[in-house]
Each structure stands twice: as C-alpha cells, then as structure tokens.
Design a protein around this ligand. Structure first.
Ligand SMILES: [Fe+2]
Length: 310
C-alpha cells in the first residue's frame, strides 16, 4: 500500500468512515472504524493531513441523541409505573385496567418535538419540585430526569379561567395524542401544579389515577366529601364522572397521571352561583391536548347521579 498522505474522516455516533489517498490522489484506504479502533488506527500511520467535518451534522446528532435518551426515559417511566401499579393491584383491583393499557402502549417509535418556550410554572417550580423528591421509591427517583427533558404545556387555555390557575397547571405527556409515544386509549405523563393552586370541582368520563412524586396533593371527592392528602409514593383513584377537586399547599406538586376509558370526553367544571344553584362549564380537548372552554349547563338530577352524588 502506498503511503497515506491525506485522510477524510466521516464522523458518526459509533462507526467512522475512513477514506485515505496517497500523494498522487489515488485511494489507498477505505474502511469503517468503530469508535474504539480510531486511536490505534491513526497511531500506525505516518503523519498526514486529516480532514473531518466539524459542525454541519453535529446538531442533528445531538438532537438524535436527545431523542434516544428521551425514549429510554419514557420507556423506563412506562415500565416502573406499570410495576408500581402491579404491586398495588391486590388492594385496588381496578388498577389492572391501567396496567393493561400501559402494557399496550406502542413504544417502538418516538414523537419528535419542536422547541417551544417553557410554561411559566415549569421555569418557576419544576426545579424545586424535583429537588424535593425525597421519596426513595424507584419510580419517584426516575422521574426527575424525565421531568427535566419532557415537553411541558399549559393544560387550560383561553378565556374563562383565572391566569393564576391556567398558568399553574401544566402537563408533559409520555403517552397520548401529543406524547413521546403515540397512544389513543390512554393518556399518561407528568402533571405539575404550582403552589397554592385549587383546581375546582370537575368531572370527566376518563378513569383517573394520580401517583404523587413530590409535594402533597389534597383531593376531594364529591361536593361534600372530606378532603384527604395524597403524599409522595401514594396514589389516588377517581372513577369516571365522579366530581372531584384538587388543592396544593405552599409547595409545588409533581404527579404522575393516567387516564383511560373516555379519554377524549369533555372535562366539566362545576360552579355554584350566589343563589346556591349549580351549573357546569364544558371544556373540550383540542388536538394539541390543551383544553378550551365552550358552553355551560345546569346540573340536572341525572348529572348528579352520574357524578356519584346520589
Ligand atoms: Fe380529574
């Protein structure tokens, strides 16, 4: 082999392509090198000119690495969450439905996200919420990294909601119509509530569970139900259509949520007027997963029954 005088090195993640020519420009080396072979290959060569791309494809490779990492985090989330529910299924048999849906998620492809500004609640409170994960539960521990990488969005948008409330409720979907994994029969991911938030009485056709990772959630079922605390490492179950409310204390609260069943049905917010009459406001989910307010209607006897009130 004539002596190599010039080498072109095509950089890639793990396999590098080498093209070498001699002084006359004749190709004398053309081979692939694994990352671990690169140093030993060049040590054997006499000094020569080496050209390599430095920038053009690096952003794409960094983006590719991020997608791979996000997929691994999401897969770990799905597996740990499923294992957690399986451990609790004896005491709460309804969890078997959630387990089936989690296991059915197609994790083979990953949705790519554009870059958007982070919601205010994320910039203000996520770091604190992650720092306050003091639960040694493996599921809680694994959430910190996912929470820092997932795409967050403000859940409620538009008119008819106090800015403090709309800004204080943000989600990051792991599986669903905007999730890392595409899924049609389950919505699951992370839910961050800002300090002091009160998510008023509401009902939805979806069956809902929450698993608290950081902070504390106070949940109330039914209009006159006694509020109860759900602490890190604990979960709550809300049956379909049951009216419920959430309150957060002075610390942000980071949760895992899962919805199954009527995942696209409206979310109805209940409201009592000064005369004591109850009505409900309809929120519908847009294709981008955000909820927007539409109509309202009085609470009928039929609705009360469906909501578990009678
Ligand atoms: Fe809910």
């Amino acid at each position: 082999m004539n002596e190599v005088t010039t080498i072109g090195l095509d950089l890639a993640k793990s396999v590098f392509q080498v093209h070498g020519v001699d002084a006359s420009g004749k190709p004398v080396v053309r081979r692939q090198l694994r990352r671990r072979q690169v140093l030993s290959f060049f040590k054997k060569l006499s000094p020569c000119l080496v050209g390599m791309e430095a920038q053009d494809s690096m952003p794409a490779r960094i983006a590719e690495d991020k997608i791979v990492q996000l997929r691994e985090l999401a897969l770990n989330f799905r597996n740990c969450f499923t294992a957690e529910l399986r451990a609790c299924v004896k005491q709460e048999p309804v969890l078997s439905k959630f387990i089936s849906e989690l296991e059915a998620i197609d994790c083979s492809s990953t949705r790519e996200f554009g870059s958007e500004p982070l919601p205010v609640a994320v910039t203000k409170y996520l770091e604190t919420a992650i720092d306050q994960i003091n639960c040694s539960h493996p599921l809680a521990v694994s959430i910190g990294q996912l929470a820092a990488s997932i795409k967050w969005y403000q859940i409620f948008q538009g008119e008819g909601i106090e800015p403090t409330l709309s800004e204080g409720l943000v989600a990051g979907q792991v599986a669903g119509q905007v999730g890392i994994f595409d899924a049609s029969s389950i919505r699951t991911g992370l839910f961050l509530l800002a300090p002091g938030i009160h998510y008023p009485l509401h009902q939805h056709g979806a069956h809902e569970i929450y698993f608290v990772v950081s902070g504390q959630l106070v949940l109330q079922h039914l209009r006159t139900g006694t509020p109860f605390a759900v602490k890190p490492g604990q979960f709550s179950v809300t049956p379909p259509h049951h009216v419920h409310a959430l309150t957060v204390n002075q610390n942000p609260c980071l949760l895992i949520y899962a919805w199954i069943g009527e995942v696209e049905a409206p979310n109805w917010w209940w409201k009592q007027d000064d005369a004591g009459s109850w009505s409900r406001i309809c929120w519908i989910r847009r294709p981008d997963a955000r909820w927007v307010r539409t109509t309202s209607e009085p609470i009928s006897e039929e609705i009360l029954k469906e909501a578990g009130e009678k």
